[in-house]
Design a protein around this ligand. Sequence first.
Ligand code: 7PJ
Length: 283
Amino acid sequence: MHATHTISLPGRPPLLLGQRPLVMGILNVTPDSFSDGGQHNRVAGALAHVRQMLAEGADIIDIGGESTRPGAAPVGVQEELDRVMPVIDALIAEGITAPISIDTYKPLVADQAIQAGASIINDVHGLQGAPEMAEVAALHGAPVIVMHWDNARDPAAPFIGAVMDYLARSIAIAERAGLHRDRLILDPGFGFGKSLAENYQLLDRLAELQALGLPLLVGTSRKSMIGKLLDNQPEERLAGTIATTVLGYIKGGHIFRVHDVRAASDALRVAQATLYGPPENRG
Ligand code: 7PJ
């Protein structure tokens, strides 16, 4: 059911997808995400959070320095670099073995992060924002998570087809820049420019995206598609996050971007045993 993919990473062993579901732990390095006790405390707090996520089963750490939530203020390049680079440097100095992804749509931030030791670019603009992003990825041979976020979408066009067409364009942009398609991970972008009904339709029909032939990332953690349904706050959305994560896995997802690593990892192991048998039966 889950197609297997091997993603080459710069300077690290390749990432095996489809053997088991992978958990990507979210590390927000924004001023509101840690009580502001200056640079040293910010880095120390981020390191402690990463150590905890790794102990809880995180396979990838996703570092972001700019909130992309609706209504969040944009952040300049230098400010974003000032937030994320000290944390990446500290993680590399610690000898972290899990790959680091950099959640940015800014080519300069992606370039610096990869040079410092991050190995995956997580672009919420799906290589369709800044034209240099695909070039930066190709230069380093860095895999890219291409996410669907299309605020200019034709509301009359069939929704799932529009998401797939957009992602197909992202694949074409990568290949034109010299980044082979086997370095791409597709993400339908839950919560980005989508209605509540569209978000749930996307989850229900996620398996249709397998037709593009690339691994799929699912990011629903604590999102408003859960909160609007349950009328609850982000910290109350764990059960909803687990439900969407397990459903996303059943529908063919390979990587799950979450805040609550232990819960997601446990739930995915149970889901995997259900679909494919417990580990001792899988050989
Ligand atoms: C996503 C992301 C997502 C990918 C954010 C939030 C908003 N990157 N960055 N996919 N969401 N690839 O976590 O609520 O869904 S930031």
